[in-house]
Design a protein around this ligand. Structure first.
Ligand SMILES: [Zn+2]
Length: 437
């Protein structure tokens, strides 16, 4: 049993709570045992030197498998972006290139303060992603992608029963109390038949797995769903059962009031990816309206090829600024943005009892952030600093389940140079296989 005491900290338990000045946090077995103003001794003591200590960010929509494609699909709208570059590269992945991509992704995510994820992988070898994420000390829900219709691009179409059988095998192989689990991720309405989506929903519900999909990202996609089904995208997902408090819908940029009522009444989690929405020219998701309606909203960077960073600070800044452009300066205050990138993510994963805020009994998933230097000084509100002034270089340490995953000595799980070298070599092999170089 190892004790870790963080002392001399400005402890910020969650977005809407006040900072505890000169606070301490005692961690044992990965959990926060005591938090507040107290004095005690522990095996290891970490002096936060007056820095902010706050919950880690939770990114509820990322694609670990796409990080090797960074910079390879620039300046295209969604459907050509997928069909011309992303899908051929996903189809060319093997376990080794997936492992390299997932390790690079987790390194960046952790370095930038992300302590849990809901990810969206490809249709094959998701066990390689689980293994790589585990090795890197990441936690969260790794989504196994399902596709059976692509309108002309078939290499990613897989047999549903076979895919679901693999999911059972991979879940059975996870250790007890694994910090990772599998989610089912039917890609989106355009790449999945109705039968595929309905069976995925039934399978996931039977096993208590979460469902993760993309919805209402761009207008041509919404129009296509309307043509095929006679329904708006969220109405269609409602009809086939792919809404609910176990469902994560990335984007939801284009929704009408009936669809918003479905999202609210079903407890569905919307995952906002503002940089990706800007880069693919998708539009601005009506996040303040969702929050006012009581819809659960989380945040995420989406894939590296449509961002190109996996940095929650960038997402928070963009999330706040694009709403002000749309609705005026009063829209989406900083605290709401921090809340959606922390507690909102925990809710989306179904993990709000264990992470998303700092409290006794919860996991020690936390960041030590120096918000006192350039761009921050002199003292400003921590939420305002986090959203507008800080960046990943403001982070001094990242703890996941009480363990230091990154600090100023580097990543705990691997050497950064080795990860970069492996990723470069894997990218070459992958692009050659896909015929893209
Ligand atoms: Zn995505």
């Amino acid at each position: 049993v190892r004790d870790l005491l963080i002392r001399n900290a400005r402890v910020w338990p969650s977005a809407y709570e006040d900072v505890i000045e000169d606070g301490s946090i005692l961690i044992r077995d990965g959990l926060i045992r005591k938090m507040g103003r107290f004095r005690t001794r522990a095996e290891t003591t970490l002096d936060a030197e007056g820095c902010l200590v706050m919950p880690g960010f939770i990114q509820a929509h990322v694609h670990l498998c796409q990080t090797l494609f960074r910079g390879a699909a620039e300046d295209r709208p969604l459907l050509p972006w997928l069909q011309e570059v992303i899908w051929p590269l996903e189809a060319a992945h093997d376990p080794d290139t997936l492992r390299a991509s997932a390790r690079l992704s987790c390194a960046e995510l952790i370095r930038c303060g992300t302590t849990a994820i809901a990810s969206f992988e490809t249709v094959r070898h998701t066990d390689a992603v689980l293994a790589a994420a585990s090795e890197m000390g990441m936690q969260g829900l790794i989504g196994h992608c399902l596709m059976d219709e692509t309108g002309g691009y078939d290499p990613l179409c897989v047999d549903l029963d076979e895919a679901l059988g693999l999911c059972d095998d991979w879940r059975d192989a996870l250790p007890e109390n694994s910090p990772l689990d599998l989610a089912l991720a039917p890609r989106f309405a355009l790449s999945c038949s109705e039968r595929n989506m309905r069976e995925a929903v039934a399978f996931a519900r039977d096993r208590g797995m979460r469902l993760h999909t993309h919805a209402a990202e761009q207008i041509p996609e919404v129009e296509w769903v309307m043509e095929q089904t006679g329904m708006r995208n969220i109405e269609y997902l409602d009809r086939i059962g792919l809404v609910g408090d176990d469902a994560l819908l990335a984007h939801c940029v284009h929704t009408n009031s009936a669809e918003r009522a479905i999202l609210r009444d079903s407890g569905t989690h919307v995952v906002h990816c503002p940089s990706a929405n800007m880069k693919l020219g998708s539009g601005i998701a009506p996040i303040p309206e969702y929050l006012a309606a009581g819809i659960s909203v989380a945040g995420g960077a989406d894939g590296a090829p449509c961002n190109n960073r996996l940095d929650p600070f960038v997402e928070m800044r963009h999330a706040a600024l694009i709403q002000k452009l749309r609705l005026g300066a009063g829209a989406l205050p900083a605290r709401d943005v921090v809340d959606l990138m922390t507690r909102g993510g925990a809710r989306a994963l179904g993990w709000d009892a264990r992470t998303g805020s700092l409290a006794e009994g919860k996991q020690a998933d936390l960041l030590i952030v120096d918000d006192r230097g350039f761009s921050c000084a002199p003292d400003a509100d921590p939420a305002v600093n986090l959203v507008y002034s800080c960046n990943a270089d403001s982070i001094r340490a990242v703890l996941i389940r009480g363990r230091i995953a990154w600090d100023e000595d580097g990543l705990a799980a691997a050497e950064e140079d080795e990860i970069f070298d492996q990723a470069r070599a894997a990218r070459r092999r992958l692009f050659q296989r896909a015929g893209l170089m």
